[in-house]
Write a new protein. Sequence first.
Length: 301
Amino acid sequence: MRVCDWSRRRLGFRDSRWIATAVLAAAVVAGPGCKDSRPCPTGNDGGTDGGRECVVPTVQCNAGEHAEYGTCFTDAEEIAVPAGTFQMGAPSGTEYPQHGVTLAGFSLDRYEVTNARFRLCVEAGCCDPPRYNGSYTGREPYYGNNDFSFYPVVFVDWEQARQYCEGAGKRLPTEAEWEYAARGDDGRLYPWGSTAPDGARANFGRARDGDTAQVGSYAAGASPFGVDDLAGNVWEWVADWYDPGYYGVSPSTDPPGPASGLVRVVRGGSFGSDATALYSFYRGSYLPEESFGNLGFRCAR
Ligand SMILES: [Ca+2]
């Protein structure tokens, strides 16, 4: 019988410098599985739909709206990012070499996918529920609790994120799309500019006692295109495999990411990150089967 990791206070290792190295290593290797003997929740079987039939209700939406899992949402929650060219990466470090990238236009969710939205996918039988129904500081239930409907869904692995986006008629953004949506074409360090982050611009910097905030709570931190919470709140899965050498060989137009890899890219930092991880070019990575209380996603199309 497969069993699950019920650890309540799992934070991604990139935000966990205060945790002993040995603990971090164990968490990275072990991934999301198997630390005690309790069975997994029904359907939480590692990224499939648990055998349930995925049925998306049909619904007719008004002009200016679109449907996700049978519910209408305003198109204003999808930000149109026009085609453009920018310098991706940084002059040194993991994000080297900085390189020119040209992208076709795309749309990106204004907010991280919320508990309420993710629940629509679960109830349609198209997504597994989050792997743990709590949050970093022990708010439980978190997922499925009306008090947190408009907070980012967490404890979802890469496959769950992909499933949600595809079932909504969308996809995960590429790493290049995410970075361009965050920094625009003027080389800024953060979505709002190059001023250091503060409590008005992002939910960040609280590795010990931080937790998720309602999406859209930091309007001063919006990107040049009007996308919220790219920096902080929760890390965000993107489509790409992580390869530290990819920037040196990636195509200059619409880079799709490496063809294969071991870990997937995450972007933007979280409530537990310091300012460095909030840089719009900063690259993080996790095993695709990992899920944490500080890791969510948003979709593109
Ligand atoms: Ca974020």
